[in-house]
Design a protein around this ligand. Structure first.
Ligand code: URA
Ligand code: SF4
Length: 196
């Protein structure tokens, strides 16, 4: 079995933090790795918990549409996951301690995938990555829409933060922001080189 599948299986049976008590299914992540493109959200929601798959609700529908229409990938060609792999009760924010414990899986996934670009979706995911890069950020709006160089678990990649697709669902201003950011990602992908 390959390393990525092994990590996914470990996540499905993980009991390292209290979130395992209330989950229906852990959500390890899914998708292809040869594109070198990885999307990282915050944590599974209601639908993801039921299906054990990332971004399968309304926000996921928008994410999938942007990946396919603006970037020109099939959803199955990019890897999609979250910082925290089990749904927090009532979709509350994940706690610091939960992020700390669970992010070891994300770091192992990054090592196994060796992405050339990671798109962080929303504040929690973005602040997690930027803190690893030693960048202090006040909020998502001041850092979104531009690339950062990040190195995690010995893997160097471009981090591109954008807003969470859930925020763009019912707000036309946010909808144009995420659309604009995806166009910038498309341009960036045109000139990107992989680091291995
Ligand atoms: N929101 C997230 O951050 N992740 C998902 O998988 C679904 C919704
Ligand atoms: Fe394990 Fe992460 Fe789920 Fe906690 S959230 S039980 S650390 S997989």
């Amino acid at each position: 079995m390959n390393e990525l599948k092994e990590i996914e299986d470990e996540i499905r049976s993980c009991k390292k933090c209290p979130l395992h008590l209330s989950r229906k299914n852990a959500v390890p992540g899914e998708g292809g790795i040869s594109s070198g493109v990885m999307f990282v959200g915050e944590a599974p929601g209601y639908n993801e918990d039921i299906q054990g798959r990332p971004f399968v609700g309304a926000a996921g529908k928008l994410l999938t549409e942007l990946i396919e229409r603006v970037l020109g990938f099939k959803r199955s060609e990019v890897y999609i996951t979250n910082v925290v792999k089990c749904r927090p009760p009532n979709n509350r924010d994940p706690e610091e301690s939960e992020i700390e414990i669970c992010s070891q899986y994300l770091e192992r996934q990054i090592k196994a995938i060796r992405p050339s670009i990671v798109i962080s979706l929303g504040r929690h995911s973005t602040l997690y990555f930027l803190s690893k890069a030693g960048v202090k950020a006040r909020g998502i709006m001041s850092v979104r829409g531009k690339p950062y160089k990040v190195r995690i678990s010995g893997v160097s990649f471009t981090l591109f933060p954008t807003i969470h697709p859930a925020a763009a669902l019912y707000n036309p201003n946010q909808r144009s922001i995420i659309e604009e950011d995806f166009k910038r990602i498309r341009n960036l992908l045109g000139g990107i080189t992989r680091f291995f």
